[in-house]
Design a protein around this ligand. Sequence first.
Ligand code: 26W
Length: 811
Amino acid sequence: MLKIDKETFKKDYEEKFIEIHGKDLSEGTDYNKYEALASLTRDYVVKTWINTNKRYDITREKQVYYFSMEFLLGRLLDNALSNLGIRDICKEALNDLNINLDALEILEEDQGLGNGGLGRLAACFLDSMASLNIPGHGCGIRYKYGFFEQKIIDGSQVEAPDEWLKNGNVWAIKKSDKAQIVKFGGKVDMFSENGKIKFNHTKYEPVLAVPYDIPIIGYKNEVVNTLRLWSAEPLYDEFDFSSFSRGDHLKAIEYKNSIEAISQVLYPDDSFYEGKMLRLKQQYFFVSAGIQSIIRHFRTHVGSLKDLDERIAIHINDTHPTLAIPELMRIFMDEENFSWDEAWRMTTNIISYTNHTILAEALEKWPVEMFKSLLPRIYMIVEEINRRFCEELWNKYIGQWDKISKMAIISDGYVKMAHLAIVGSHSVNGVAKLHTEILKKQEMADLYYFYPKKFNNKTNGITHRRWLMRANPQLTDLLKETIGDSFIKHPTDMEAFEAYAGNRIVQERLQNIKFSNKKKLAEYLKFNQGISINPNSLFDVQVKRIHAYKRQVLNCLRIMELYRRLIENPNLDIIPRTFIFAGKAAPGYYLAKNTIELINAVANKINNDSRVNEKIKVVFVPNYRVSVAEAIIPAADLSEQISTTTKEASGTSNMKFMMNGAITIATLDGANIEIRDEVGDENIVIFGMTKKEVLDYYHKGGYSAWDMVNRDYRIKQVTEDIVNGFYCSDKEKFKSIYEHLITYNDEFFVLKDFDSYLKAQKRVDSLYRDSSKWQSMCAINIAHSGVFSSDRTIQEYATGIWGSGYLYKNL
Ligand code: 26W
């Protein structure tokens, strides 16, 4: 922990301000003040950062590298101050200077280099690794434009670029001396040297990969790990200009643009794969740069690469960084002269892989021709991995050609990345129990039976430091007052809070804390959207990416049904509710964008109908991101986790809501099942189809959306309301939603689950009426949320997969 007193801090801050702005503090804008504070905080971090790295070099403990296309960090200032243990001193010091720390913190742009769950998980994992003294670092891409900014204009999503770097970024330090060269295209010739086959790669396009390092600060433990993000720059020295006429500077500019494009944008597709060459280029770009820099580091600090697999572990976050496997093979063989067998042994020992989705449309497979032309040497290696793997398969499954071609890495003209990831790693994990079961028994069954020992489960988690301690300081204080502060280091100690579930004073405190968070959110929405909501109503929240399988449409349909009932009977006795939605749709995903339009049209109609306004309101909060989640989640009473059973690999917002004392209404999908197991059936509201019912329909058919419409007048009414002009004079407007439900037979069983969902919502109403009962349920949820801290998850990865984190602790 950093030791600093208030006066020193004040002096440092004032000096820093003058140094970077060249003017007096009194002349500064709030943003100037934020910049000075962030910059000073970074200075404080740097010393510990250097020391951590030195220590790692001395102790030589195993280093973990978490490779991910996405890191959704959010804001960093508060996190840095809290983890350094100087936030209180800083707050007081700034107060003396008439500066409000909270007001400065919200000026920081979110670092939003991720789409959703997978990217945020990577960020939580970095936080946990640093806080648990695990030498674990991130490796990814420094996109110039992060995930797009969502604006809602006339009820529709409009995308604007996220220019998160426009005011610079104090956290990242550019390390030009650690730049690497990544080679694309060209040709590869084989030749023989001293009886060994060698490869000569020529006429390639060189790209300079320049790292920007971001400190990842452990919680009050003197550990600062590194997130290294790579940026693409042209490399004129190496470029072969001979084919251009002299002075053809247009070509040079074209070259520059094409290189810079590599780290320009984050693909805004979540769970939907498109075979875009640029994405494959991004993948190889950061993987190759990352691995080269790791190897270079070990060459300089350790010398020999022999037994590198005992010194490092590389984890690949979904298949996106799978090229790490052939890239390691290439370096071991072509540059370090290891034999195939030795290179393969080390590579598979080093690599481990997490699968995050079973949606078929999300599984990456690259056309062979594209792969080969972009990465000729890497393709040769993948081909050889595939050849050897198929040979093993032939020996085991004699004559079963269909099975073998289904399992192969290369088949039907594609390279299947999940297969490569499974064959080339020692561990394959799913992210919740059900998901892992489905991976093993359904999606990857053949590969599972071939490699049963590789497969394992690691249920996701979230960092309680950000999602509880930062997002909900009042609840944190209540926990400290009641059960002490051991839960900060040992989050499962929160279980002790269960003893207070029946305590009336604690129940009242919980209610007050929730009310205060709701009031804050209401003020935020009033300020940003000009909408008034009632903090005394039940806040019913669904915030996540907009996707058909997550079923925002189901949520919307039941609001439409309730609205119909309220019009018919304005005295209907219901708990007043505010329905809150937020989430981005992939720009090319028409149905998802249409869903946003439907929600906004429903909101528009309901919010302007004075007959029902005292009872219901609908809000769509634009531009959902980490900082918005931090404002919404602690204010939620009800957490909507209503995906079609089997489709949500885990979910992580479900855990964030639970930790903040919301009650979950959920299908038995993803980690909802484990939440149910933790809190018991009486403290969660479960509804919907079972896994077996869903799988049976998918395999055997027999489901009819029309039957649902004909059997249930409410379903008939709400589906008609989508297209009869009730919400929008343009009857065609929501046609795609209607067709998805009816014409295309409701792929995600929205109508099938409708009745059960309505009944569950009714149960929510009656539970909420008994305030004491409700608060005790909230307390039990909070008490059991500790196992969903990413500290638990990371401990499981460290001991079960990476074999890391021992050495330092035993010193
Ligand atoms: C190639 C396009 C693409 C992009 C992103 C395919 C797949 C993805 C991700 C794997 C999607 C994703 O974020 N999955 C989510 O991962 C979370 C963390 O494990 C889970 O909690 C969510 O259930 C899962 O949808």
